[in-house]
Design a binder for this molecule. Structure first.
Ligand SMILES: Nc1ncnc2c1ncn2[C@@H]1O[C@H](COP(=O)(O)OP(=O)(O)OP(=O)(O)O)[C@@H](O)[C@H]1O
Ligand SMILES: [Mg+2]
Length: 161
C-alpha cells in the first residue's frame, strides 16, 4: 500500500496516530506534514515524539526552525512556516541533519526542493471542529513500510484509497 486515508475525531486520536508512527521511526526517516494553520500537524508531531520515547514537551511553532527530541532515536522537528528565503532552507541542511535521526517537517511546501525525495507525506485537512482527514502518501520503499506500520491494525473503514 502506498497511500491511505485516516480519520481523526479528536486531538488525542491524532496524537495516537502519530505515536504509532513514532514507534516505527528509524534514523533517516522523513515525515512531511502539510495542511492549513491549526490542522493538527504539531499535535501529530507530539505523538511522533511520544512514540519514540520522548517524554518532554513538543512546542508549537516557535521562532526556532528546528527542535530536537531525544528518545529511542532522535527526532528533528522543523517548521518552515517562517522561512523567508530559499537560502534559509538550504542553511538548515535538513538532509544531512536527518542522517542521525528521524525528521518531521511542518509546512514542507515552503521548501520542497531541499527536502529528501523519499518521505512519508501526511496531508491534513480540517473536516470539522474536532475532525481531521489525514491523507498519507508514501514516497519510497521505507516510507511504504512506515505507512503500513500506521495502518495495519486499523479498521477497514478507516483504510482506503
Ligand atoms: N482531530 C484533531 N486532530 C488534531 N488537532 C485537533 C483535532 N481537533 C481539534 N484540534 C485542534 O486543532 C489544533 C491543532 O493545532 P496544531 O498546532 O497541531 O496545528 P498545526 O497544523 O501544527 O498548525 P500550524 O500550521 O499553525 O503549525 C489544536 O488546537 C487542537 O486542539
Ligand atoms: Mg504546527
Amino acid at each position: 500500500m502506498s497511500d491511505a486515508r485516516l480519520v481523526s475525531q479528536s486531538p488525542d486520536e491524532t496524537r495516537r496516530l502519530g505515536q504509532r508512527l513514532g514507534a516505527a521511526l528509524r534514523p533517516g526517516d522523513v515525515v512531511l506534514l502539510a495542511g492549513e494553520l491549526g490542522a493538527g500537524k504539531t499535535v501529530f508531531v507530539q505523538g511522533l515524539a511520544r512514540g519514540l520515547g520522548f517524554e518532554g514537551p513538543v512546542s508549537s511553532k516557535s521562532f526556532v526552525l528546528l527542535g530536537e527530541y531525544a528518545g529511542r532515536v532522535k527526532l528533528y522537528h522543523a517548521d518552515l512556516y517562517r522561512l523567508d528565503t530559499p537560502e534559509q532552507a538550504q542553511d538548515l541542511a535538513l538532509e544531512e541533519v536527518c542522517a542521525d535521526g528521524a525528521l518531521a517537517v511542518e509546512w514542507p511546501e515552503r521548501a520542497e526542493y531541499v527536502l529528501p525525495q523519499e518521505h512519508l507525506w501526511v496531508q491534513f485537512q480540517v473536516t470539522g471542529e474536532n475532525s481531521r482527514m489525514l491523507r498519507l502518501e508514501a514516497r519510497g520503499e521505507r516510507a511504504r513500510d512506515l505507512l503500513n506500520s500506521i495502518t495495519q491494525h486499523l479498521a477497514t473503514r478507516h483504510r482506503g484509497v
